[in-house]
Design a protein around this ligand. Sequence first.
Ligand code: ATP
Length: 354
Amino acid sequence: MIRPSILDLKGVTKQFGGLTAVDHIDLQVREGEFFTIVGPSGSGKTTLLRMLAGMESPTGGDILLKGERINDVPANKRPTCMVFQSLALFPHRTVGENIEFPLKIRGQAPAARRERCLQLMRQLRLPENYYGKSVTKCSGGERQRVALARALAYDPQILFFDEPLSAIDYKLRKTLEKELKDIHRETGKTFIYITHSLEEAMVMSDRIGVMRAGKLVQVGTPNEIYTTPKDKFVSEFMGEVNLFDVRLGEGGRLVSDTFKTSFSIGAMPAGFRQGYLVIRPEFMRFAGDGEEVENRLTGKLYNEYELGSRIQYQVRVAGHVFLLERLRQRPFRARLDEDVVVGWNAKDSILVAD
Ligand code: ATP
């Protein structure tokens, strides 16, 4: 079921003097969706989020919340709330005081405030005896949950997240990513999240929007973005890839001038003349090791990398690096510098434009 859209962006643009930080963005975010905006540093993510949250006005285009234009409605007049990387908690207050703050400024009576606060603490798996605990005595993960509980206390229609996990160490971050996705399920609220980490975006989001130089270059589910990247930039941004330039040759084959050979390809995109062939490391094979492949290249095994559940191999073909991955249970047995044949099947390759 496609849910109705909660937020509509029509040609949203932000210029700072001569610089276009956000460039004509069209987007619909659906109600209850976990939508992540991802892109490299300086691509305009923060500026876009600040406009959505009402901390900045667009210089062009419109932002509609449930059909109503909200371009110039300030942040505190919008039914939305932002969770910052710094979390912006009151440091000398207790967990309870922090979470109850929005309820207090709305004039709720102490007993009702406390009841709602404890309910939010249960939802966010904060022990009840933390109610009177100073936030300075909470761990990074607990503070994160306090900040989230306080944001939920505003009962916003949309929660915005400005890289809340980027300053947290790897292990805790991995736990919190999943927790945040669980909390999203439990609350059913619309979450709009920005990050420069593809991994984070993949784990949590229903859909991802990839930004580059102020433009939204692709919007799709994590699976769509991973398996059908729109161009070279998105394919490289979405993890390690084997990528080389190719052009259309005779008989619908792909010609690689780099490797002085041609490859078969499943479906040729209409109008394709030249571009890039992308093959994910997990689709690259060692030919002749019980695997039949349609396209082959001979090279030397250069290195092996332990990735935990998988092992990655680097093979060099005519000075070009190829990456292959295998599950740990099926390691490839060869010595470094040994000649190996690598390959892939036509259906496992992706063709992208520049
Ligand atoms: P990061 O991941 O590093 O935070 P970002 O993708 O969030 O980057 P923005 O912070 O939105 O990118 O910046 C986009 C562009 O707009 C950058 O070139 C930045 O220098 C510029 N910019 C952002 N805010 C302002 C401002 N207040 N005045 C002038 N230029 C700005």
